[in-house]
Design a protein around this ligand. Structure first.
Ligand SMILES: Nc1ncnc2c1ncn2[C@@H]1O[C@H](COP(=O)(O)OP(=O)(O)O)[C@@H](O)[C@H]1O
Ligand SMILES: [Mg+2]
Length: 255
C-alpha cells in the first residue's frame, strides 16, 4: 500500500512587493506520512516563505496547499513550526514557554503539567524549568523551542533551520536528539536546512530548490537506513556520494 500524502503543494505561486518579486511559481511537492522531507536551496530562494505558506501564516497567490485533504488557510493545531531563532517569549520562563501551546489548546491543567515535564526532560532541560530564555545558552534556547513544538504533539512539524545558529557540537547533540525522538514516534516533518550534511542525517528524502524563483531542482531518496545517529550516517558508504550529488546540484545553479 502506498504511503499517504499529508502535505500537498500544488502549483503554488507566491509573490511579494505587490507582485514585483516572485518567490516561487507553480511549485509542486508532496510530503508523505511519517517522512522527514529536507529542503535545501540557496539563501533567499524562498524556503522560509514556503514553510510559512504551508503553515497558513502567509497567503499564496495561486495554486493550493492541502494538508490531510483540507486546503490550508490559517494555522492548524496539528501543525507546529520551529523557527530559526527560537521563537521563545522572553518574559516567560522555560516551563511557561513550553506550556503555552498546550494552554492555548485548552488542555486540562494536569495534562499540561505532565506534558511540559515530559518534553523538558526529553530535550535535556530538567533543572531549567524556571529559567528565563536570556539565562540560557543558544543551544538551550533551541532545546526549549523544540520542547515547545513537540509538547503539542503535532502530527506535522515544520522546522526552519532549527539548528542553524548553533555551534557544531550542540548542533550534533540536538540532531541526535531529534533522530532519537523521531525513532520513538515518527512524525511528518519538513526540515529546512542550509547544511547538506544535516539534510542527509535527518531526511528520508531531500528536495533541492533552485535560486529564486524557486523551482524543484531535484528530489531524491536518502538511502541510509534508520535508526540513525549523526555518526552512523557520516560513516555510511552512501554519505559521501549523496553529499557530492547535493553539492553538485547547488553549485551548478549558483554558476
Ligand atoms: N514579508 C516579505 N516582504 C517582501 N519580501 C519578502 C518577505 N519575506 C521574504 N521576502 C523575500 O522573499 C525571498 C525569499 O525569502 P525567504 O523565504 O526568507 O528565503 P530563504 O528562507 O530561502 O532564505 C527573498 O528575496 C526575500 O527578500
Ligand atoms: Mg529562511
Amino acid at each position: 500500500m502506498a504511503t499517504p500524502i499529508r502535505i500537498s503543494v500544488e502549483h503554488v505561486t507566491k509573490r511579494f512587493a505587490s507582485g514585483a518579486v516572485t518567490v516561487f511559481e507553480a511549485l509542486d511537492l508532496a510530503v508523505r506520512d511519517g517522512e522527514t522531507l529536507c529542503i535545501v536551496g540557496p539563501s533567499g530562494c524562498g524556503k522560509t516563505t514556503l514553510l510559512r505558506c504551508m503553515h497558513g501564516l502567509a497567503a499564496i497567490d495561486d495554486g493550493r496547499i492541502v494538508i490531510d485533504g483540507t486546503e490550508v488557510r490559517a494555522p492548524s493545531r496539528k501543525v507546529a513550526m520551529v523557527f530559526q531563532h527560537f521563537g521563545l517569549m522572553p518574559w516567560k520562563r522555560v516551563r511557561e514557554n513550553v506550556a503555552y501551546g498546550l494552554e492555548l489548546a485548552g488542555l486540562p491543567k494536569a495534562t499540561v503539567q505532565e506534558r511540559v515535564a515530559h518534553y523538558i526532560e526529553m530535550v535535556g532541560l530538567r533543572g531549567f524549568e524556571t529559567s528565563y530564555p536570556n539565562q540560557l545558552s543558544g543551544g538551550m534556547q533551541q532545546r526549549a523551542g523544540l520542547a515547545r513544538a513537540l509538547a503539542v504533539e503535532p502530527d506535522i512539524l515544520l522546522m526552519d533551520e532549527p539548528f542553524g545558529s548553533l555551534d557544531a557540537l550542540t548542533r550534533e547533540v540536538l540532531q541526535d536528539e531529534l533522530l532519537r525522538i523521531y525513532q520513538l514516534a515518527p512524525r511528518t516533518m519538513v526540515f529546512i536546512t542550509h547544511s547538506i550534511e544535516e539534510a542527509i542525517a535527518m531526511g528520508d528524502r531531500i528536495l533541492v530548490l533552485s535560486a529564486r524563483p524557486a523551482r524543484v531542482r531535484e528530489l531524491f531518496q536518502v538511502d541510509i537506513p534508520r535508526p540513525r545517529t549523526v555518526e552512523s550516517v557520516i560513516a555510511h558508504p552512501r554519505f559521501i556520494p549523496l553529499r557530492d550529488h547535493c553539492w553538485r546540484l547547488l553549485r551548478e545553479r549558483a554558476a
